[in-house]
Design a protein around this ligand. Structure first.
Ligand code: AMP
Length: 283
């Protein structure tokens, strides 16, 4: 497997693939890979001729008080998993290569970054959009794979890709969960056994909300209150029901909605969500 640490050799490899008529599938990650990442890499390998994985813990999407330094870094295990699932190249740039002295350019996606994670982490989506734009320019993929786990992030990347005419197909893959419902996350490694147990109230609250939606409940506040009651053992950051693309609140469930939650369990911030599409004949 090829491993590249700077943009020029990465792009040269991708250009050679393109010149040979091959399609490139790309999975951007921060490493510490788990079955959620694996589902993205498998889709990228299955739907394209070659696939690229990036591993980069991006400093510009962390605030000074956040967990950039503690974030798990497991490059050897990640490379072994990537090889098993058919990844052809890994792009693992160093900070000095990504943000050299004098670096001054950022991508700001407006409006849809204001709420949910953008509300509690104001720096976050500017860092994400900037790094993904840079990764796209190095990897030059035909398709890029993102998880619904970070549904607002996927919406931001779709918006940026359309707005900047990047010509890349953005594929969003379902959330992969542990058998007990906890959404897989690299940050689950931080949880003590007791916290791990308490963290289940996120997915349980969302499952109750899904039952309500399936039963025809269309009042956002009723749905949000149900989730809030289920999440009484953790420190809630937000519970919001929004239009899944515009990321704005709705006075009634219509179209495709995103019900997203974030909470702190001990020191660890966790997020989870469900999407629901109201039947066409409603309204
Ligand atoms: P991260 O390494 O956490 O930045 O995640 C890299 C990509 O993997 C993002 O597109 C995430 O949405 C996706 N991802 C993370 N966890 C999961 C999961 N449990 N199921 C599906 N995709 C996931």
């Amino acid at each position: 497997m090829n491993v590249f640490h700077t943009a020029d050799p990465m792009r040269a490899w991708s250009e050679a693939q393109r010149a040979a008529g091959k399609t490139i599938g790309f999975t951007p990650t921060m490493g510490a890979l788990h079955a959620g990442h694996e589902s993205l890499m498998r889709a990228a390998a299955a739907q394209n001729d070659v696939s690229v994985l990036s591993i980069y813990v991006n400093p510009t999407q962390f605030a000074p008080h956040e967990d950039f330094n503690q974030y798990p870094r497991t490059l050897d295990a990640d490379s072994a998993l990537a090889a098993r699932v058919g990844v052809n190249a890994i792009y693992a740039p160093a900070d000095a290569a990504m943000y050299p002295p004098g670096y001054a350019t950022y991508v700001d996606v407006e409006r849809i970054t204001q709420r949910l994670c953008g509300g509690s982490r104001p720096h976050f989506f500017r860092g994400v959009a900037t790094v993904v734009a840079k990764l796209f320019n190095a990897v030059r993929p035909h398709r890029a794979y993102f998880g619904q786990k970070d549904a607002q992030q996927a919406a931001v990347i779709r918006r940026m890709t359309r707005d900047l005419d990047l010509g890349i197909e953005i594929v969003e893959m379902p959330i992969v969960r542990e058998p007990d419902g906890l959404a897989m996350s690299s940050r689950n490694k931080y949880l003590s056994p007791g916290e791990r147990q308490r963290a289940l109230c996120l997915s349980r609250g969302l499952a109750l909300a899904r039952d309500l939606l399936n039963a025809g409940e269309r009042d956002p506040q009723t749905i949000i209150d149900t989730v809030r009651n289920a999440m009484n053992g953790v420190d809630i950051d937000y519970i919001e029901l929004v239009d899944a693309e515009a990321i704005v609140p709705l006075d009634r469930v219509r179209g495709t909605v995103l019900l997203a939650v974030a909470a702190r369990v001990g020191e660890t911030r966790l997020i989870d969500n469900i999407k629901f599409t109201a039947p066409d004949d409603e309204e």
